[in-house]
Design a protein around this ligand. Sequence first.
Ligand code: PLP
Length: 356
Amino acid sequence: MPRPISATIHTAALASNLAVARRHAPKSKIWAVVKANAYGHGVARAFPGLRATDGFGLLDLEEAVKLRELGWAGPILLLEGFFRPTDIDVIDRYSLTTGVHCDEQLRMLEMARLSKPVNIQLKMNSGMNRLGYTPERFRAAWERARAVQGIGQITLMTHFSDADGPRGISHQLEAFERGAEGIAGARSLANSAATLWHAAAHFDWVRPGIILYGGSPSGKTADIATTGLKPAMTLASELIAVQAVPAGHSVGYGSVFSATGPMRIGIVACGYADGYPRVAPEGTPVIVDGVVTRIVGRVSMDMLTVDLTPVPNAGIGAPVELWGTKLPIDDVAAACGTIGYELMCAVAPRVPMRAE
Ligand SMILES: *Cc1c(COP(=O)(O)O)cnc(C)c1O
């Protein structure tokens, strides 16, 4: 028997979440973002649920090639573009669309030998200050790209820093409009947060990622409560032991938790080597036998320990949900001081994962 931990990918939830994205931006085409191995879900496992998209956005050439091997003939966008001249051969062979955010990339495209024109998304730095041309330099970059023989369609793209927060997008939208003024071409601006909450940014293409997996762009479950988004991943395990701990005795490494009275502690086959965050503090929610309880003691490499007080009958083999359809991943993430994105991306390769 393998250890009783596994992750299940819910294909119907992916399809339903894609439909939610479409309902929010009905006039836009969708780049379904599947970078980081589909946010940890697995590109091949996520593909069947997302195939009603208009295109896929990702970073790694290997993932792009995998999508072609799965039979996807539609658009694939390299969100960060490419890094070496040899990457352009793969872009050409597999008919990928590529982001272009700097002169080095334009120079490589000018030098490249292509069998057909490559479509690009020219990236503007509208205020995030990671990638892209400033609004002031954008037109010159566009003129230069337009003059490159091997470049086909040019889409104008930018990325938001605060679409999920109080600052919002207006300062970046204003910068984008200024830099892109008078330049023809499709526009691609919105991430998940802007897809849900900023219709002014929808334009021709939206680029949702986290909402396809049922996570909240803000990291707060309450913010997506009325959207109908469904968790696409359940991380589950079982109790592999139960301890009756007397009052005053401690649990786990560092003895960071001590029982104030006699209590039953469940030992769960899930630890930080499975991708569960070691920083999860006492009180982090976990579901045992359908009942919400809490982590006590320090998360170790292969195990974590839970308070069985609310589930007195739970014994060895009792089902445990770490996050998923009953326990929102963002609730676990919030307890750990992070966001659902990080937890889903971090599920370790040793965890068996299958789609249903
Ligand atoms: C990751 C990414 C997205 C998707 O972001 P979400 O917040 O997951 O929707 C969109 N565009 C770009 C350029 C990205 O890198």
